[in-house]
Design a protein around this ligand. Structure first.
Ligand code: FES
Length: 152
């Protein structure tokens, strides 16, 4: 049981380390993380997550990747989001019909599905990682910093 602030800080540090190691690929798996916020849920992110599990199983790679839903990524107009760790590739506006292609090309083939990347409206450039999207660069999440990463 946690009884002091120091114990709480140690627990937070240990959990952060474990999560960091996991998403950096320490367990040699790919991690498929889907937004489970209200906006994305209403755009079928739960069904998309279920489809990922189904396709991974059907292709015999269910042991190579995990599927989790997390909190809102904070850019709801571009959802549903799917992020692939450890590469940190972010796909947006994902539909159920896109799942098979993501599994075949990215999870199995290690190739990015370009058409599902965010496109910078100012430059037209495709952006692979969430942190490189201008919308996110100007933000610093404090209370919600684990939202979009942690499976609640
Ligand atoms: S609900 Fe998915 S980004 Fe906000």
């Amino acid at each position: 049981m946690i009884k002091t602030v120091e114990q709480l800080n140690e627990k937070i540090a240990a959990c952060s380390q474990a999560l960091g190691d996991k998403i950096k690929g320490a367990d040699s798996k790919r991690h498929i993380v889907l937004c489970g916020g209200t906006g994305c849920l209403s755009n079928h992110s739960k069904e998309i997550a279920e489809k990922f599990c189904e396709v991974l199983e059907a292709k015999g790679v269910a042991d190579k990747a995990t599927v989790n839903q997390v909190g809102c990524f904070g850019f709801c107009s571009q959802g549903p989001f799917v992020k692939i760790y450890p590469e940190d590739t972010l796909y947006r506006l994902v539909k159920i019909e896109d799942v098979e292609e993501i599994v075949e090309k990215d999870i199995i083939g290690g190739e990015i599905v370009e058409r599902l990347l965010y496109e910078d409206p100012a430059t037209g450039e495709k952006v692979t990682k969430q942190d490189d999207i201008n919308f996110y660069k100007k933000q610093r999440r404090v209370a919600l910093h684990g939202c979009g990463v942690i499976n609640p």
